[in-house]
Ligand binder design. Structure first.
Ligand code: CS2
Length: 488
């Protein structure tokens, strides 16, 4: 079976949408750090739109900070891949041509630095996941004990972390008399731009205070809200697409029709004339908070409760009426904590979210969302709980979601199936829980874990009570039992 590539492009079925521009004429104005499926189905599509519109400055040099697998999928395909947009019976296949080169950073650190320091590069986007910023989830301070960050604090010759690459590249740009690039965090973190900026400036200051001052004055780190559901591609997806397009595409991504990117209007250099799906605005925080607390908060609740019940996919969890009731209740609680943007009709947004979660063709795994809970919970559920408690509002559904996360740490679902807890803090959390003998003491141990739970919130007895009550129900009656009890 031949591979998708520039050579095989002409053989594809006519209904596959392809780049409308000459890929050979593109220059790369973007460097992306962390080329996973999300980047390929989100920011890369936005830059591909700009290229299609005729502005050829926005090709992408993408880097993988860890494994070579995406490079090995994409390079034989000349960077081309298919984006499959699915909703019910409707399916659209579009080839994305924006990615011109993929670099595996640990193999070629100097090539990545050269790309970041190139005069053509105007924008650097990042999807390095919550843990890639090397910031404490509860306080936002640099985690100096992290071995990779410690290496970057000692030397930036061959950076190990995303902030390390940015600082080393900004130093090169400054030395060459170039302006900085606009660095855009596209991870689901609150105030992601400010966090990235803080990490970069703190690291720069340790190496060269004058560089840190220059970044502070000249650099730009806009806040963003990114939204598109992108389930991990499976081997079956690749087989089915091969059948459809007649060539094999190992780099394909599958996603939903919905796409949203809200970017703070704070650039220090050129940017494309952004098209559909992108809003450039002065205030991103209200968008980001609504999305994190409604979409992602519900997602995490669905992931842990569904995962514990042994249910594989989000849409299958929502086939249970008691799960829908739980999600609506969580949204009722979260909604009271929001100051949504004037343009956002929250009732319509909730209806649209439920329809997106219900999309049966996406097959979004609960296990995928369950990953890295310690990094996700603070902004998705704990901040919502803190705001709800402060306003004297109910937090029962939010507490059930958090208790399900605690239960997930035991590494076994309600059917007795073992799962791996995929989380950078899994070991430490497991140790803390192992020495606790009852639901109440397990909750006390988790609340004392200040890398995840802010100490002030941990001291609130209402939270400890609600979590203990739900963990007891989860341990004795399972997630299905807890959802049924919640409904009563
Ligand atoms: C999900 C998100 O995996 C997860 O944690 O909640 O990736 C979610 O699909 C996106 O944020 C949607 O924009």
């Amino acid at each position: 079976m031949s591979r998708l590539s520039s050579q095989t492009l002409a053989d594809l079925p006519a209904d596959v949408i392809r780049p409308a521009y000459d890929r050979a004429a593109v220059t790369c104005g973007v460097v992306h750090l962390g080329i996973g499926a999300f980047h390929r189905a989100h920011q890369a599509v936005v830059f591909d739109d700009a290229l299609n519109a005729g502005d050829l400055r926005w090709g992408i040099i993408a880097a993988s900070l860890r494994s070579p697998s995406v490079r090995d999928q994409m390079t034989p395909q000349d960077g081309l891949y298919t984006m499959l947009v699915r909703d019910g019976a409707a399916e659209q296949a579009r080839l994305i041509g924006a990615v011109q080169q993929v670099i595996v950073a640990p193999e070629e650190p100097q090539a990545l630095l050269a790309a970041l320091a190139s005069p053509d590069t105007h924008i650097v986007t990042l999807t390095v996941t919550e843990k890639g910023y090397k910031l404490d989830p509860a306080t936002g301070a640099l985690i100096e004990s992290d071995p990779q960050l410690a290496a970057d604090l000692a030397s930036l010759e061959s950076p190990q972390t995303a902030p390390g690459y940015l600082v080393a590249a900004l130093a090169l740009r400054r030395a060459a008399g170039l302006p900085p690039f606009t660095a855009i965090s596209c991870d689901n973190l609150p105030h992601n731009g400010s966090r990235l900026r803080a990490a970069v400036i703190a690291l720069a200051r340790r190496h060269d205070p004058a560089l840190a001052d220059w970044i502070e004055e000249e650099g730009a780190f806009p806040e963003t809200m990114v939204d598109r559901i992108v389930p991990a591609t499976t081997a079956d997806d690749i087989v089915a697409l091969t059948r459809r397009i007649g060539v094999e595409d190992q780099a394909m991504v599958k996603t939903e029709p919905f796409i949203q990117w809200v970017i703070e209007d704070k650039f220090c250099g050129p940017r494309p004339d952004f098209g559909a799906g992108v809003q450039v605005t002065a205030a991103v925080a209200p968008w980001e908070e609504a999305k994190l607390r409604l979409l992602n908060g519900a997602h995490s609740g669905i992931a842990y409760l569904g995962g514990l019940a042994g249910i594989d996919y989000v849409h299958e969890v929502l086939a249970l009426p008691e799960a829908r009731h739980f999600v609506e209740s969580l949204w009722d609680e979260a909604e009271t904590t929001l100051s949504p943007p004037a343009e956002l009709d929250v009732a319509a947004y909730r209806r649209e979210l439920m329809a997106r979660f219900d999309n049966p063709t996406l097959r979004h795994r609960t296990r995928q969302i369950a990953m890295d809970g310690s990094q996700k919970l603070p902004q998705r559920l704990l901040a919502t709980i803190a705001a709800g408690l402060e306003a004297g509002q109910g937090i029962d559904a939010l507490a059930l979601a958090v208790a399900a996360w605690v239960r997930w740490q035991a590494g076994q679902d309600d059917l007795g199936q073992a799962h791996q807890v995929d989380d950078p803090l899994a070991g430490r959390i497991g140790d803390v829980l192992a020495s606790a003998a009852s639901p109440g003491s397990r909750i006390a141990a988790i609340l004392a874990f200040d890398a995840v739970v802010p100490p002030e919130l941990a001291r609130n007895p209402l939270l400890a009570d609600a979590l203990t009550r739900w963990l007891t129900v989860l341990e004795t009656q399972g997630a299905r039992g807890a959802l049924a009890a919640f409904r009563q």
